[in-house]
Design a protein around this ligand. Sequence first.
Ligand code: CAA
Length: 257
Amino acid sequence: MEFIKIIVENYIATITINRPEALNAMNKVVVAELKKAMEECVKNDDVGVIVITGAGEKAFVAGADIKSMQKMSGREALEFSREGQEMTMVIENSPKPVIGAINGFALGGGCEIALACDMRIASENAKFSQPEVALGIIPGWGGTQRLPRLIGKGRAIEMIIGGEMIDAEEALRIGLVSHIVPQPELLEKVYTLAKSILKNGPAAVGAALECIHQGFDKHLENGLDIELNAFAELFETDEQREGTTAFVEKRKPNFRK
Ligand code: CAA
């Protein structure tokens, strides 16, 4: 792949969006490559947690590539938006947890990729915004839908129609990220979180994520049904037997043979 690097180590896949000369802005090729990278990591048995970050110290992703959008027709824009949304759905639907390591500007499509991740950890220099309206367009990779769900409708409306850029502290305050660390410590912090998740049953982690994502917008009773079935299904797995037996035998479970 031209713009994406994947490194797999100790069950952690680090996907780096690597187009630093354009602050990792994403044209159609980068979008397709990120989707493919995610699909490969989801399929790879040596991967338990996926980390998405940007190359360099300045940007996570500065958005969709504005130069490539300048002359798009409505029809081409529909396709570009659909491809971007599909890429974010592969991230959101991943049964393996995805952590966004937000190492700088996360603007427009960059903020939307961060929103599709299960968790977001930011470096102190990270900045977030949905600045599309300043370009005479709107977020096209899920921002109008995921941002209100994550931070609340009022604050999301302010960000989306105001286009303001917020710093890491404000992102932490409104729940857009869960931790801030100095930039040199960003990946270390993310890997510590990844390692703590990797100790747990992979099927259980995947099932928990699925329940949360599938149930989020549903009526409580429907969400509880999703949980009920997933809970029961885990009792048909070796993982449940290993986890509960290990507790009874006073030893650590061995989920990854
Ligand atoms: N698209 C294309 N190129 C971009 C880019 C983008 N989104 N963001 C930065 N670049 C390019 C710049 O054009 C520049 O390239 P050249 O040297 O060839 O001119 C290079 O990256 C470095 O950028 P700057 O010189 O602008 O760096 P700066 O430090 O002065 O400013 C910045 C940094 C504030 C992030 C500024 O680059 C910026 O505002 N970028 C655009 C951010 C934006 O509007 N993103 C939303 C895009 S729309 C979208 O994402 C739609 C969607 O929902 C899918």
